[in-house]
Design a binder for this molecule. Structure first.
Ligand SMILES: [Zn+2]
Ligand SMILES: [Zn+2]
Length: 164
């Protein structure tokens, strides 16, 4: 079983590849993966991507949102009316980091570290509430012990990005 298959199994809502139920404004999307409430309820859609590690990282994040919604977490991703999505993004990022760490996904962790550390450098991103929520969540995440463990593991296994 691949790590992607494991996440698909864990995800409480349907996970589809190139679903016809696609909506233009995903509740959350990252790279080629998005989580949104479609006409048939919550759905994670995996678009086509050439990079498996990136898909894994994005799928772990969107699965985090789906799990929060399934247990009716107060971060309330399911509600489009939620004005501040920082907590929702924080929960999704934390879930993804923990899952990738627990499953020793070196490639996924490498993408996570590169992506989250970049987001943590910004306070807000232009006029995008979606990206601003991600940035605020990332700044909170990088202060966690869990994050230090992820970074240490990545370093130990020399899975830092070597071409940057
Ligand atoms: Zn939550
Ligand atoms: Zn998200």
């Amino acid at each position: 079983m691949t790590e992607i298959e494991r996440l698909v199994e864990l995800c409480p809502c349907s996970v589809e590849f190139d679903s016809p139920d696609r909506e233009p404004n995903g509740a959350c999307y990252w790279d080629s993966v998005q989580y949104f409430w479609g006409t048939r309820g919550p759905l994670v859609e995996i678009g086509s991507s050439e990079n498996e590690a990136e898909t894994l990282y994005s799928l772990a994040h969107e699965t985090g949102h789906a799990l929060c919604d399934a247990k009716k977490c107060s971060c309330g991703m399911g509600s489009y009316n939620h004005s501040d999505r920082t907590m929702s993004e924080y929960h999704a990022m934390k879930f993804a980091a923990k899952w990738l760490f627990d499953h020793k996904c070196k490639g996924g962790l490498r993408v996570a570290i590169r992506s989250i550390e970049r987001q943590a450098m910004f306070n807000t991103v232009f006029d995008s509430p979606r990206l601003s929520a991600h940035c605020k969540a990332a700044r909170r995440l990088v202060k966690l012990k869990l994050w230090a463990k992820c970074v240490a593991y990545a370093k130990e296994n020399q899975c830092q990005d070597t071409n940057s």
